[in-house]
Design a protein around this ligand. Structure first.
Ligand code: ATP
Ligand code: MG
Length: 247
């Protein structure tokens, strides 16, 4: 396997009972590459990225992260998975903790960092997501866009090399989408490897190196944003783009 591969998914299949949610999915993402995944509801986008960081088990196929085949050795799995951060549609912040406490919890507990160092790290990433002034508030005192930026900062505090985003802006009011996407674009420009499920096609055009279109548990089409948006190869992809670009 080439060293520069961040994530490689080989022949991945996943069933929920009798229903096959992923069908022989193959995807390789290089270090520094930004991949945007889109596709209709139920096409398996979340399942795919949840399998990548083992939030879901898979039934067939392989997941390889930075050269480590997941599922063979618990200690190498742990090390490889520590490189992967994830941001969900819902922010999942602890409501009873301040923003700073939300951010320092992971580093103190699972990375063994001192409280002072964890707070320095947290402030660094709060600055990165442009809300250092919110550090001492509780999540309920922040807007949705600010809470999602905290969730991104929380993930960055674990110093991941690969970020997975699952529709990070779809729970936000429209006026807050841009502030979150701007932060993700900043990360992309800094060279973060990312796999982002989103239907924000303006963002995709701006930030993606490669588009992936899923339907029915399969990757139907991949391509550069230019080719993908101007000349999709399949009817299914054309129809999907027509629908979402109309809005
Ligand atoms: N825990 C589960 N149990 C049973 N079926 C599931 C489960 N999670 C997902 N599925 C099914 O698997 C399919 C893929 O779901 P998934 O959440 O990956 O789709 P998606 O592409 O992310 O959709 P959306 O755009 O709505 O988020 C769907 O048909 C869904 O109903
Ligand atoms: Mg989903």
């Amino acid at each position: 396997m080439a060293k520069q591969e961040a994530v490689r998914v080989v022949g991945l299949s996943k069933w929920f009972g009798d229903f096959q949610a992923l069908k022989d999915v193959n995807l390789t993402v290089s270090h520094g590459e930004r991949v945007v995944i889109c596709g209709p509801s139920g096409s398996g986008k979340s399942t795919l990225i949840r399998c990548v960081n083992t939030l879901e088990d898979h039934d067939d196929g392989e997941i390889i992260i930075s050269g480590v085949k997941i599922g063979e050795n618990p200690s190498s799995d742990k090390k490889a998975l520590a490189e992967v951060g994830m941001v969900f549609q819902q922010f999942n912040l602890f409501p009873h903790l301040t923003i700073l406490e939300n951010l320092t919890l992971g580093p103190i507990k699972s990375r063994g960092i001192s409280k002072a160092d964890a707070e320095r790290l947290a402030m660094k990433y709060l600055e990165r997501v442009r809300i250092p002034d919110q550090a001492h508030k509780r999540p309920s005192g922040l807007s949705g866009g600010q809470q999602q930026r905290v969730a991104i900062a929380r993930s960055l505090c674990m110093e991941p090399k690969i970020m997975l985003f699952d529709e990070p802006t779809s729970a936000l009011d429209p006026e807050m989408i841009a502030e979150v996407l701007d932060v993700i674009v900043d990360l992309a420009n800094e060279g973060m490897t990312m796999i982002c499920v989103t239907h924000e096609m303006g963002f995709a055009k701006q930030a993606a190196d490669r588009m992936v279109f899923m339907d029915g548990g399969e990757i139907i089409e991949t391509g550069s944003p230019d080719a993908f948006f101007t000349a999709p190869e399949t009817d299914r992809c054309k129809r999907f783009l027509d629908q979402i670009l109309r809005h």
